[in-house]
Design a protein around this ligand. Structure first.
Ligand code: FES
Length: 573
């Protein structure tokens, strides 16, 4: 920080007037000596710890280690809690609350005497929500990813937390997999602290943080239980103090090039489709123009280098032992912007030049990838004027160019009621259409796009079918699943007027999702369509419904896009 620029915290602590007394005095009930208030950078540790977010259950201990680093570097650490979002427990879906949590983060930072921020993250939404909130304030910020669980082991085999659950229905129908087996598998799948150990959304978000330059290099792949994680936590504490001194704010790291690096990296690691929505939302908070089409233009030709579930075979622990993300970054070479700055003050090139691969079965070489053109494809057509997405690396090749008969479910409830009915008129060539699960739909855009196939087809051995919806898909899931259809059905997008028996064409090569009826028929059906009653009349959900934007632009609240630039902010930052 330049000599002329005063620490933000000194606006609170530096005064000799009555308010200076007030701001210092109450904090001193914790026993802090005088010099803590005399120009030490104050570092807020934004903690998403919660016992209701099992993936983040260890972050209380992490905060203590981060504090060690902050103190060593001459900073003053102050930990604060923010809303935590536990993917497996919260109803109806954590995505409904991502924007609310981001508001908590933003206002907690802005309202307090903080100079720099450490974001403690883990479970899926705790990463984007905290980064979004921090972006709207734009202080020096470093991300400390909580880390994945150790490999799950079950009866001699490997089991991925987050991926095994998608096999349960099939196992119950086709194998003798009973309640006792399930209890045993449960704890085997989650055998240590940390978040899901597949390349699901949490690992994708941690990878994204590193690819954006917001973590120390190599941090995101280390398992939560590994002592090397603790070293990184301590070093992050030291580094954030330096970042404050250098005035290395988020907007200096989060340039358009950084977002492009995140898109390229996500394709190479086979990351979750959820990245799209979160990355666009983060970009819009920091004022960078990233569009849905960029994911296709920048990422779709990138080869898949990482052999991790759900696209592949291994888990995050294996990835770390093979060399982790640094190896991927080095392999990607000039496909990444090499010259941009990251949280440690060095460039991507400097950070990853020495990376070594220890297992090419887990991390492939760029000239011998696991799959060519593995990034996300963005589809257009009359069924999705604003776009929809598919993850080709998780899809079935022969279904990627297919025309089939629509079997329509008007809502999740309708789906649950009828999907396993023996009389349901459906075969493996049909297209399962699910409506009412977009941002305003369910509401909150749940991860239901990869709905289970009908029981009678599972018993016939059918493994995959085309499924289309305005919802999302868990990063741990797989299948030929078209997601994020926009505009969503609840606001009268074309998806709303699809009827049983309509023919639908998916043509991934030509980026097409088409409802094969005439324009006149579409206009007629739309004129007859009636909007559903709003799902809430009060509270946060009402605010959310009034302000949430489409999936194609990040599903943020319109009033949260960008930094607020409020008078309070201008005066203090
Ligand atoms: Fe928390 Fe998967 S449930 S990361």
């Amino acid at each position: 920080m330049s000599k002329e620029k005063k620490l933000r915290s000194q606006e609170w602590f530096g005064g000799d007037d009555k308010m200076g007394f007030v701001h210092r005095s109450w904090l001193r009930n914790q026993g802090y000596p005088d010099d803590y208030f005399e120009g030490k950078p104050v570092i807020g540790i934004c903690n998403t710890w919660s016992e209701l977010t099992p993936c983040n259950g260890h972050l209380g201990d992490v905060a203590e280690i981060v504090k060690r680093g902050i103190l060593e570097a001459g900073g003053f650490p102050l930990e604060f809690p923010v809303m935590s979002l536990g993917e497996t427990i919260m109803r109806p879906t954590t995505m409904l609350f991502r924007n609310l949590a981001s508001m908590d983060v933003e206002e907690s930072i802005r309202a307090n005497p903080l100079d720099g921020i450490v974001l403690l993250t883990g479970c899926d939404k705790t990463t984007p929500s905290t980064i979004m909130g921090a972006c709207s304030v734009n202080l020096p910020t470093i991300v400390v990813p909580g880390g994945p669980m150790l490999n799950g082991r079950f009866r001699g085999g490997t089991i991925g937390s987050g991926s095994f659950n998608w096999m349960i229905k099939e196992k119950q129908k086709t194998e003798e997999f009973d309640a006792e087996d399930m209890r045993e598998a449960e704890i085997c799948a989650a055998r240590s602290i940390g978040h899901c150990n597949t390349m699901g959304t949490a690992s994708t978000m941690a990878t994204m943080s590193e690819a954006l330059g917001l973590t120390l290099p190599g941090f995101s792949s280390i398992p939560a239980a590994d002592s090397r994680k603790k070293v990184m936590q301590q070093l992050s504490g030291r580094r954030i103090v330096e970042m404050v001194n250098e005035d290395l704010t988020l907007s200096k790291i989060l340039t358009r090039k950084a977002f492009e690096n995140a898109i390229v990296t996500n394709a190479a690691v086979g990351g979750s489709t959820n990245l799209i929505i979160h990355l666009i939302a983060i970009a819009r908070r920091i004022g960078v123009d990233i569009k849905l089409e960029d994911f296709d233009t920048i990422g779709s030709h990138i080869p898949l280098l990482v052999n991790l579930m759900p696209s592949g075979k291994y888990l995050m622990e294996d990835f770390f032992y093979a060399g982790g993300l640094p190896v991927v970054m080095k392999e990607l070479g000039d496909l990444l912007h090499q010259d941009i700055i990251t949280a440690n003050g060095k460039t991507f090139k400097e950070n990853y030049v020495k990376a070594k691969c220890y297992d090419n079965e887990v991390i492939a070489k760029i000239d011998k990838p696991l799959q060519e053109n593995a990034g996300i494809a963005v589809l257009k057509g009359n069924l999705c004027e604003n776009g929809s997405v598919i993850k080709p690396s998780a899809a079935t090749l022969k279904l990627m160019n297919h025309t089939g008969r629509a079997v329509v479910f008007e809502s999740m409830e309708d789906y649950h009621e009828r999907i396993d009915h023996p009389d349901l008129d459906i075969d493996e060539n049909c297209v399962i259409v699910l409506k009412g699960v977009g941002p305003k739909g369910y509401p909150g855009m749940p991860e239901v796009g990869n709905v289970d196939l009908p029981e009678k087809l599972i018993l016939k051995g059918v493994k995959d079918m085309i499924r289309i919806s305005d919802g999302r898909m868990s990063g741990t899931a797989y299948g030929t699943v078209v997601l994020h259809i926009s505009p969503e059905s609840t606001i009268g997008g074309t998806l709303a007027i699809v009827q049983n028996g309509d023919m639908i064409t998916l043509d991934v090569e030509n980026r097409l999702l088409q409802l094969n009826i005439s324009d006149e028929e579409i206009t007629k059906r739309k004129s007859e369509w009636q909007a559903p009653e709003p799902m809430a009349t009060r509270g946060y959900v009402r605010i959310y419904l009034d302000h949430v934007e489409g999936a194609d632009v990040g599903a943020d609240l319109d009033v949260l896009v960008g930094g607020s630039g409020s008078k309070v902010d201008r005066d203090l930052h």
